[in-house]
Every structure is written in C-alpha cells, then in structure tokens.
Write a protein that binds this ligand. Structure first.
Ligand code: SAM
Length: 235
C-alpha cells in the first residue's frame, strides 16, 4: 500500500513513519508512506498556501491552486480513471470507524490531504477530493493528527503489518463487539487474581469465557453495538 500525505507540516508525520509497527512496515516495504510539503506546489516567492476568506471573517483559508496541483500530481484528475483514493481530513467528513478502516486497508493507494487554518477552499473538495474523513466530533488545529490516526487504523490491518494476523481478529469493533479483559503475569497482583480459566490450559473453556466476557462488556458499555438502544439497556 502506498500512502501520500500532503501537509504544510511534514515534520509532524515523519517521526511516525519511522517508529513502531508502521516503521517496520515501511522498512519491510509493505507500506510506502511519502510525505509532501504543500509549499513545494506553490509558485510565488513567499510560498503562500492560504489567503483571507471571501465575505470576511476570522482566520485564513487554504488556497485551491497548490492543493489541487499537489493532489493531481499524486493521484491524477478526479474521475473514473483515478486509481488512488483522495481523502481530505475534515471534521465535516464521514466518521472513521473500524469497518471503514478495513475497507481502506484493501486500497493500493491513498492520498491524504491535511487542512490547516479555517480549512480548505470548497473548490478543492469539489474538483479533487473523493471523500472527507473525520476522526470525531471535535475540532483540531490541523489534519496531521487525524491523518496519523487514519494511517495507524488502516495500515495495521494491511496483511503482513501485524506480526500475528490473529491479533486483529478478536479486537474491539472487528467482531462487532468490544474485546473482553486481558491479563498477563503475575498471576496475582495486589490481591487480584487472574481468572482461573485463563490458567487452565483448556482452550475451549478459554474461548467460551472470552466470548462471554466480550458480550458482557459490550452489553454494559456499548449496547448499541449489539443492535440495541441504550434506553433498553438502562431499564
Ligand atoms: N473551519 C472548519 C470547520 O468548522 O469545519 C475547521 C477547520 S480546522 C480548525 C483545520 C483543519 O483541521 C481541517 O481542515 C481538517 O483538516 C483538520 N481537522 C480538524 N478537526 C478534525 C477532525 N475532527 N477530523 C478530521 N480532520 C480535522
């Protein structure tokens, strides 16, 4: 999978590219993450990427020309022939969830566009962006952290990135439920013992216990995932 990130702050993305699971995936050639400085796509002496909003108001808006030129240089023009999927990080976008991350993990090429200031000129969205992605109902100063959230959620699902592919299978949301409690050594800590079943070596009993726990924690914390409303749960 190739991921291109367009940003005015390449330094925010770079350390993430070389660290931990993603760092290993990039070194192993499973993921290619390329960061582009938007200012390289400007033509004026001051490398301007923003301007004041039409109609007045506070702050600055990202100009369309450098963004659209950067996107088209990396993904080609929007339309049926485009192979890459161009995603603009935006609080107004569709909320990222595990199901969408799974779908994006099957793509060969993503281009992620990070906004800053008050956001991007609407023509960027209309002319060059395929979809807008939000990481939640709150507003951050820029799209770099949202892009990193998306990159981590998606790339860990790309085959070969996680050492053990089974790791993802029982995880929260992957199964439509939350994952149950987990324990490691020591067997007893500050009076709290690891449940005996987990130490029994009985794999069927362990699988049964884990399924029951996953169901119980989901019912308690996120009944909506089980297809029931919270009101019903609270009665
Ligand atoms: N004025 C915009 C609005 O009210 O919708 C918010 C702009 S925000 C300050 C600047 C940039 O941060 C956005 O263009 C976007 O790239 C990014 N951003 C902020 N919050 C985000 C979120 N929840 N999800 C994804 N991107 C976000």
């Amino acid at each position: 999978m190739r991921i291109d990130v367009i940003t005015i702050f390449p330094g925010l993305i770079e350390p993430f590219r070389t660290t931990s699971l993603l760092g290993a995936a990039c070194r192993d050639g499973i993921v290619e993450l390329v960061v582009h400085d938007l200012r390289e796509f400007t033509k004026d002496r001051h490398r301007t990427v923003d301007d004041t909003p039409y109609g007045g108001g506070p702050g600055m808006v990202m100009r369309p020309e450098p963004l659209i030129e950067a996107i088209e240089a990396l993904a080609g023009p929007k339309g049926e022939t485009r192979k890459a999927r161009v995603l603009l990080l935006s609080p107004q976008g569709r909320r990222l969830d595990q199901g969408w991350a799974q779908e994006l993990a099957r793509e060969e090429h993503l281009v992620l566009v990070c906004g800053r200031y008050e956001g991007v000129d609407q023509r960027v969205i209309e002319i060059a962006v395929d979809e807008e992605v939000s990481i939640g109902d709150y507003v951050l100063a820029g799209g770099e952290l949202p892009a990193l959230v998306l990159i981590e959620a998606v790339t860990r699902l790309v085959p070969g990135v996680m050492g053990n592919p089974e790791s993802a299978e029982a995880e929260s949301f992957q199964t439509g439920m939350l994952e149950g409690p987990q324990f490691t050594r020591p067997a007893e800590y500050r009076g709290i013992e690891v449940p005996a079943v987990l130490r029994s070596g009985d794999h069927q009993a362990i699988a049964r216990w884990r399924a029951e726990q996953a169901h119980a924690v989901t019912k308690r914390r996120r009944p909506d995932l089980l297809g029931r409303g919270r009101g019903e749960e609270e009665r």
